[in-house]
Design a protein around this ligand. Structure first.
Ligand code: CDM
Ligand code: ATP
Length: 279
């Protein structure tokens, strides 16, 4: 049996850091907006128990790849004797704050749960996913959502499905470096979802990232000429929203040559969930 699924990107429409847990992880409030753009993963079941990722990733050995780690975690949790061949059409930049690795992991869990018939529900898959990364549960649940805790306490939110220009300024930002920075704001006053929906909220990582990465500051200044621009996650990607596709594409096509990125639409339900529900 084979299955191909989109592993969608996400944007953090806001990111407030409200505290820190004893294990050092930060307590966040964020609006995770899912997008209709992402990587595509192709799965083919094997009758031996081998998990084989055929696509090489620069700088990431196969055993460290979140795709392989997710498949291995599911195999262990289920005692499945099946294996899988996996190919990935990688489009999302790594270390971009748009959740590529986490989305790849979640999509692998969802696909193999179906193909191996392991029968886990979303709560169980989210718990397996949380061990792989703080952002995995939102992709497992597949809903645009308000997040608290370290990102695992999720409340689905219906957002207007607007268009986004996502810019990658040509540098990668290490999430760990930003979260361990002395100057990071860690005591934002918690806000309510209603307040965010009414007036929006910023990203508490933005000042530290701008001071460490001038390329990110320059890209924010460039995009701010057209619409309010904001960092997603700990960067390096930044985004702005537009009411229609044509305006978004106009701005994107006028970007400086050193910037990459894409135009995508916000979606309330992950395209991979829509596809899985149709099988
Ligand atoms: C900032 C966000 O992008 C918002 O969506 C995510 O919370 C980051 O999630 P992620 O990339 O999946 O991060 P992980 O791979 O779990 O963690 C990378 C490192 O960032 C730090 N980290 C991450 C998430 C969090 N809530 N607090 C942290 O302090 C930890 O030092 C951790 O070792
Ligand atoms: N399948 C994968 N796709 C992308 N990165 C992976 C994958 N597997 C392992 N990694 C590692 O995880 C790191 C973070 O990747 P990812 O693309 O999730 O970053 P990110 O977009 O900043 O994530 P987030 O928004 O969750 O902070 C990469 O730099 C890479 O070393």
């Amino acid at each position: 049996m084979t299955l191909s699924l989109l592993a969608p990107a996400k944007l953090n429409l806001c990111l407030k850091i409200t505290g820190r847990r004893d294990d050092g992880y930060h307590l966040l409030q964020s609006l995770f907006q899912l997008l209709d753009a992402g990587d595509t993963l192709h799965f083919a079941v094997r009758n031996d128990a081998r998990i084989v990722l055929h696509t090489p990733f620069d700088g990431v050995p196969s055993e460290d790849n979140l795709i392989v780690r997710a498949a291995t975690a599911l195999q262990r949790a289920s005692d499945s004797k099946l294996g899988v061949d996996i190919h990935c059409d990688k489009r999302l930049p790594m270390g971009g704050g748009i959740g590529g690795g986490s989305s790849n992991a979640a999509t692998t869990l969802l696909a193999l749960n179906k193909l191996w018939q392991t029968g886990f529900n979303d709560d169980e898959l989210s718990a397996i996913g949380l061990d792989l990364g703080a952002d995995v549960p939102v992709f497992v649940r597949g809903r645009t959502a308000w997040a608290e805790g370290v990102g695992e306490e999720l409340t689905p939110v219906e957002m207007p499905e607007e268009w986004f220009v996502v810019i990658h300024p040509g540098v990668s930002v290490s999430t760990r470096e930003i979260f361990s920075h002395q100057e990071l704001t860690r005591n934002s006053r918690p806000i309510r979802i209603a307040a965010f929906l009414e007036q929006g909220a910023g990203n508490d990582c933005e000042n530290v990232v701008k001071s460490l990465y001038p390329e990110v500051k320059n890209a924010l200044d460039w995009l701010n000429q057209f619409a309010p621009a904001q960092l997603t996650g700990t960067g390096s990607c930044l985004f702005a929203r537009f009411a229609d596709e044509a305006s978004a594409r106009d701005v994107f096509s006028s970007r400086p040559a050193s910037y990459s990125g894409f135009v995508a639409r916000g979606v309330n339900v992950s395209p991979s969930h829509t596809a899985l529900n149709q099988i």
